[in-house]
Design a binder for this molecule. Structure first.
Ligand code: NDP
Length: 296
């Protein structure tokens, strides 16, 4: 079997177009422009790239982008004061604090100081609890993107066996909750899982979120399974820098029914879902119906 490639780049463009349409409608019919505030503390090069990209895509879909760049030695008090200001600013519907934060800042305290209704990353403890109890919440962007691609490919996921490899708070756990919400039978695997190959071989859906280059070989994949590769790993091969996932793409693509490539799979969906979440937050804040197909 040769797997169908799930093109995350094209899918993300479709999601952004949907968001842009809805934003235009909101402006025209309600005079509202959704706004996303991104806070960056310090000068981590990767974070700077992400923040630039988020700002650019926010403007491209017609939303307002508010960037707040703070010095690396910004005090917790000053950061919390900025978040408080953004929480109370009606023009700001989404707030994202770029992680990781410098070591002297308490990440949990900072994230939990964001108004949960504006927490477009879905990391606030209230949103974690709401998702865990199957209630309306803000859903973390990367797992939301994975869910959208799975729903698009399969239609219903009900009754499917899903294995999520990785149990982080930002990917693995929310991914498992979302799959459970769509009535999959979910297994969460991690570094202590016994006989991981056997666990993975049972799955109709495999989501790999580990951070280990090409750790999942093709012979772990059940014939016809859908493989979602969240991993982003930089490696050097043949003297060149390369980006690879957590799945060995070449061998997995020979057995899977469908697979996301790296790059061009899950990655592009993450920012598209951030924009979708900002739109959702804006609609909720204004008592308007939520955009269809862009939420969990
Ligand atoms: P974490 O490091 O927080 O979590 C990794 C998880 O993998 C842990 O639960 C760990 O288990 C598990 N793990 C580690 N080694 C093994 C192993 N040998 N067998 C089974 N499980 C193992 O990573 P994240 O969840 O933050 O990210 C995972 C990957 O996804 C990374 O490559 C990251 O770059 C990428 N990513 C991509 C995004 C995107 O936009 N596409 C967004 C976010 C992340 P244990 O808990 O037991 O230690």
């Amino acid at each position: 079997m040769v797997a169908q490639v799930i093109d995350g780049k094209a899918f993300a463009a479709k999601v952004r177009a949907q968001v842009a349409d809805q934003v235009a409608k909101l402006k025209e019919e309600n005079g509202i422009t959704p706004g996303l505030a991104v806070v960056l503390v310090g000068e981590d090069p990767a974070s700077q790239v992400y923040v630039r990209s988020k700002g650019k895509q926010t403007v491209e879909v017609g939303m307002n982008s508010y960037e707040h760049k703070l010095d690396a030695d910004t005090s917790e008090e000053d950061l919390l004061a900025l978040i408080d200001k953004l929480n109370n600013d009606p023009a700001v519907h989404g707030i994202l604090v770029q992680l990781p934060l410098p070591k002297h800042l308490n990440e949990d305290l900072v994230i939990n100081s964001i108004d949960p209704a504006k927490d477009v990353d879905g990391f606030h403890i209230s949103n974690v609890g709401l998702l865990g109890t199957g209630q309306k919440s803000m859903v973390p962007c990367t797992p939301l993107g994975c869910l959208m691609m799975l729903r698009d490919y399969h239609g219903s996921l009900s009754g499917m066996d899903a294995v999520v490899i990785g149990r982080s708070n930002i990917v693995g756990k929310p991914m498992a909750q979302l799959l459970l919400g769509d009535s999959c039978t979910v297994t969460i695997a991690h570094s202590r899982t016994k006989d991981l190959p056997d666990v993975v071989r049972r799955a109709d859906i495999v989501v790999a979120a580990v951070g280990r280059p090409e750790m999942v070989p093709g012979d772990w994949i059940k014939e016809g399974a859908t493989v979602i590769d969240v991993g982003i790993n930089r490696i050097e091969r043949d003297g060149k820098n390369k980006l690879v996932g957590d799945v060995d793409y070449a061998s997995a693509a020979e057995r899977a029914g469908a697979i996301t490539p790296v790059p061009g799979g899950v990655g592009p969906m993450t920012i598209a879902c951030l924009l979708a979440n900002t739109l959702t937050a804006c609609c909720r804040a204004n008592g308007l119906p939520e955009p269809e197909g862009l939420t969990a």
